[in-house]
Design a protein around this ligand. Structure first.
Ligand SMILES: C[S@@+](CC[C@H](N)C(=O)[O-])C[C@H]1O[C@@H](n2cnc3c(N)ncnc32)[C@H](O)[C@@H]1O
Length: 453
């Protein structure tokens, strides 16, 4: 059995991959959610497509009832939260290597049997039916039936012999263990199997929907659901933003009237925070499509920012063409996003070490470009939602070797998140996903603050 996913044939960063639209056949609506989930899982693992695109890019997905779409998402997300454990349970029953799609059907079937409330007969029959649908796969229907029946009978016993560590790809687990130790890595693995809560950042002085108010002001709701249905959405009182992602701007204190460049701004969480705090913000991003999201968010919240489209590595400030025109520059750099795995469990499975190399090169260029826009005495904030130190601490070390006119500001004592280890002795923020685990955890995040001159 090919227990390990074949990763990203194209070896492209996930955000550059266009979804392949799968056209449903006339029979598609039967077992539609399972069909969409299995194709989505296959596409993430084989082509490296992000899961939300792999699901929503399927023509059938939009035809599904809302409830079935949610079920398709739940099945696929469960596969990515539990992939290693699922494969260990399946392995003894698979005698001949199945095709990528048949393996995806087995994985989605096993996810339903082992972890969801689906009756086992429905999971088995539904999975078998997916393979019977096409002449190309019909010959594997008998095998799937036999395998999934054995998972039904023996799966829980086999599952008891697995560990949540099995769900972390080997190379990632090695890097986490080297960076954060064995105990932290185990806790990080345990966070992957939990559905994360929903975090909202509210406009200053405005209360959000009923939820737990975390230190720093984030409102935490236990379940995600449809955000548009929550109170205050239409009024633009708040926006969705993980508590970790809100940190870099919270660290800045009073920024009213400051000129601030948000260099990689879309979809705009930090731009909204800056604008709500009274700063004069320029929101720059190279993606016009993603900047539309920033515009929509600004319109909904009634906040203002100047929008600029362009490559931040080359962008010139029209007000200061020689640079140095901003009090503060925020670089929330493109990264592997491994810190967001609680909400996007597929990020752990569609990334490879090569992606870190190519993203690190981009980050290096962008941080040098960001520094050119900082006014003397101004501040540069560098942050990423990656857990890989090379994309965080490593970039800062390199940058400070190149730009000796910048110094690292210690963030110790600036923000009390109720989690003592958030700020390292070096004075940078390194959030790990199990911090605040009793309340549902946080996205992994890195933040450094540097002063110019
Ligand atoms: C981590 S996201 C930013 C999230 C955003 N700061 C927020 O808080 O909502 C990274 C963004 O960088 C943008 N990006 C990637 N490379 C870029 C470049 N060379 N110039 C400008 N933007 C870039 C991407 O389009 C993406 O929107």
């Amino acid at each position: 059995m090919t227990a390990k996913p074949k990763n990203n044939k194209n070896n492209k960063p996930a955000h550059k991959i266009k979804p392949k639209v799968i056209t449903p056949t006339a029979k598609a609506p039967k077992h539609g959610a399972r069909y969409v989930a299995a194709h989505g899982v296959r596409e993430v693992l084989v082509d490296g497509t992000p899961l939300d695109i792999a699901l929503s890019g399927q023509a059938l997905f939009v035809q599904l009832e809302r409830r079935d779409r949610a079920f398709a998402r739940l099945i696929a997300a469960t596969v990515f939260r539990r992939l290693g454990q699922i494969d260990k349970v399946l392995a003894p029953f698979i005698k001949k290597t199945p095709t990528d799609y048949a393996l995806a059907v087995l994985r989605t079937g096993a996810a339903q049997i082992l972890f969801l409330d689906t009756p086992a007969y429905a999971a088995v029959n539904g999975s078998v039916a997916l393979l019977r649908r096409s002449k190309k796969t019909a010959h594997m229907a008998g095998m799937a039936n036999a395998v999934l029946r054995r998972v039904t009978e023996q799966g829980q016993d086999l599952l008891a012999k697995t560990s949540t560590l099995d769900n972390i790809p080997t190379w990632l687990l090695k890097s986490w263990t080297e960076s954060y130790g064995v105990e932290a890595s185990q806790k990080m693995a345990d966070m992957l199997i939990q559905e994360p809560p929903l975090d909202l950042t509210t406009k200053p002085g405005i209360a959000g929907p009923d939820g737990e108010v975390l230190p720093g002001g984030t409102v935490r709701l236990a379940k995600a659901g449809d955000v548009r249905a929550l109170s205050g959405y239409d009024e633009g009182n708040w926006w969705v933003q993980d508590v970790s992602a809100a940190l870099p701007i919270r660290l800045l204190g009073d920024i009213s009237g400051k000129r601030i460049l948000d260099m990689c701004a879309a979809p705009g969480g930090k731009t909204l925070q800056l604008a709500a705090a009274g700063a004069n913000v320029t929101a720059l991003d190279k993606s016009e499509g993603r900047l539309e999201r920033v515009k929509e968010n600004l319109a909904r919240t009634g906040l203002k920012a100047d929008i600029a489209v362009g490559d931040a590595a080359k962008w010139r400030d029209p007000q200061n063409t020689s640079g140095g025109g901003f009090d503060i520059v925020i670089l929330d750099a493109p990264c592997t996003a491994t810190g967001t795995y609680r909400r996007r469990p597929d990020v752990l499975h569609n990334k490879k070490p090569e992606h870190i190399d190519s993203l690190a090169r981009i980050q290096e260029k962008l941080i040098m470009a960001a520094a050119r826009h900082v006014a003397p005495g101004g501040t540069l904030i560098y942050c990423t939602c990656s857990l890989q130190k090379r994309e965080g601490e490593g970039q800062i070390t390199k940058f400070m070797q190149n730009r000796t006119d910048f110094r690292l500001n210690s963030l110790l004592g600036i923000e009390d998140l109720g989690v003592a280890e958030t700020v390292t002795p070096e004075g940078v923020v390194r959030v790990l996903p199990h911090f605040m685990h009793e309340k549902g955890g946080m996205d992994g995040f890195f933040v450094a603050s540097l002063s110019c001159g």
